[in-house]
Design a protein around this ligand. Structure first.
Ligand code: AMP
Ligand code: GLY
Length: 421
């Protein structure tokens, strides 16, 4: 069967690699992909051009299209492909609202009794500003729509909260994504990512993971798309995962059915482990980046078989297996990221026992060069988390491109929690 993966980052490369290993896979295409993806045939195009993407999928006789990024999901790419007869892994536009509208997600959680921060939704600046004057700080202000991970402000003061509300509700900060806001109580605790497969009824959790969102060691510096991940999270083993499926994921999937928009695809719960128990910070309607690069190298069973089972509503008959042990993924970012950075620098990387996933790269005169903030990642697996982390840092002891930036402490917090350091 021909498979088409939509997207071009490290997450998509990890998906391409796992799918290409499947005995069910024929040609694996990626649109637009990146030139580091040797396992895939790259198809030029813009996934946000829905009509052209559908034509391409039909021409290539695609048996399953895996729509990985949030923007084309929110644009209704799955709806259009399915209407044209191309089977998809990923939610419809209506179901993707669990990520693309924070107000929708909060209302769903509140109906379904899913533990999450207390919240209010506003689209009037006067009303929102009056509300925040009555609240304790810190307080969290979130743009309702997709904002590339930048739509959340943890405000320490009234002035900061009002500033964020003004930026968002005026449309200045995020355009239409910000003209409605969710204001919620600030929670504290470590964060866990839990990626799950679902066909709309059954939920199968993958391994938990811990992302590292800040640019610098010690969780300092600005937020990024993710500088590394370990899996599984030492704070979230099988028992915690089972409980989260019962109390969070299954109620969410049931509530989506009841709302008339059944969710099929990867449902990703971003959790905060508070002293009162896990609370949902957000749902994503897709695989995480870089969590996917850490989780998939540990999967022993056939990812493509599982994705097809989700699409065909027979996930309850699947057995998803992971090898014992842990994985650690290190992201190589361009110097300066997430601020301005240079591009066009030559990239050469040796795997050294790790799995290489390319992201922000392009081809220039037959040579791979940097083209984005997150350029590539290396994932090592090991019997223990300490082994995986050590393996990843051994592999990363090389210059893949000039000015590369790697965090030096990916997994350190997790190791401290595990007492393995
Ligand atoms: P989200 O896009 O909703 O996951 O938010 C991005 C980041 O903001 C999260 O990973 C948290 O670090 C932080 N955050 C979101 N909601 C809260 C909250 N209620 N309390 C504290 N931090 C939060
Ligand atoms: N790593 C978080 C995300 O993919 O949104």
């Amino acid at each position: 069967m021909n498979v088409l993966v939509i997207g071009s980052g490290g997450r998509e490369h990890a998906l391409v690699k796992a799918i290409a290993r499947s005995p069910l896979a024929g040609t694996v295409y990626c649109l637009p992909g990146n030139p580091g993806m040797e396992e895939a045939v790259r198809l030029p195009g813009d996934p946000m051009d829905i009509a052209q993407t559908v034509r391409t999928a039909l021409e290539r006789r695609v048996g399953l299209c895996v729509v990985a990024p949030e923007d084309p999901l929110d644009q209704g790419l799955v709806d259009a492909l399915e209407a044209a007869g191309v089977p998809c892994f990923g939610p419809t536009r209506a179901a993707a609202r669990i990520e693309s509208s924070k107000a929708f997600a909060k209302e769903l959680m509140s109906r379904a009794g899913i533990p999450t921060a207390r919240y209010r939704v506003f689209d009037s600046l006067d009303e929102a500003a009056a509300y925040v004057r009555t609240q304790p700080f810190p307080l969290v202000v979130k743009a309702d729509g997709l904002a590339k991970g930048k739509g959340v402000v943890v405000a320490e003061s009234l002035a900061e909260a009002v500033g964020a509300l003004e930026d968002m509700l005026s449309g200045r900060a995020f355009g239409p994504s910000g003209v409605r806001v969710v204001i919620e109580e600030a929670l504290t605790g470590p964060e866990v990512s839990l990626l799950c497969l679902t066909d709309g009824e059954t939920v199968v959790p993958l391994l938990s993971a811990m992302d590292h969102k800040r640019a610098l060691d010690g969780d300092q510096g600005p937020n990024t798309g993710g500088m590394g991940a370990v899996a599984p999270s030492p704070l979230f083993g099988e028992a915690e995962t089972r409980q989260a499926v019962e109390e969070i994921l299954l109620p969410a999937v049931r509530a989506m059915r009841e709302a008339g928009c059944p969710f099929s695809g990867c449902l990703f719960a971003g959790l905060m482990l508070t002293p009162e128990g896990p609370r949902v910070l957000e749902f994503n309607a897709r695989f995480g980046d870089p969590e996917t690069q850490a989780v998939l190298p540990l999967m022993e069973s056939d990812l493509l078989g599982h994705l097809l089972a989700c699409r065909e509503g027979r996930l309850k008959d699947e057995t998803v297996r992971f090898r014992p042990g842990s994985a650690c993924c290190l992201v190589f970012a361009s110097g300066g990221y997430p601020g301005p950075f240079e591009t066009g620098l030559p990239v050469r990387v040796e795997p050294r026992g790790a799995e290489v996933c390319f992201a922000g790269v392009k081809e220039m005169d037959g040579q791979l060069v940097t083209a984005g903030g997150r350029v590539l990642s290396l994932t090592a697996v090991g019997e223990t988390l300490a082994g995986a982390v050590a393996g990843a840092y051994r592999a990363a002891d090389q210059q893949a491109f000039p000015g590369q930036h790697i965090r030096g402490d990916i997994g350190r917090k997790a190791l401290g929690m595990k007492g393995e350091a």
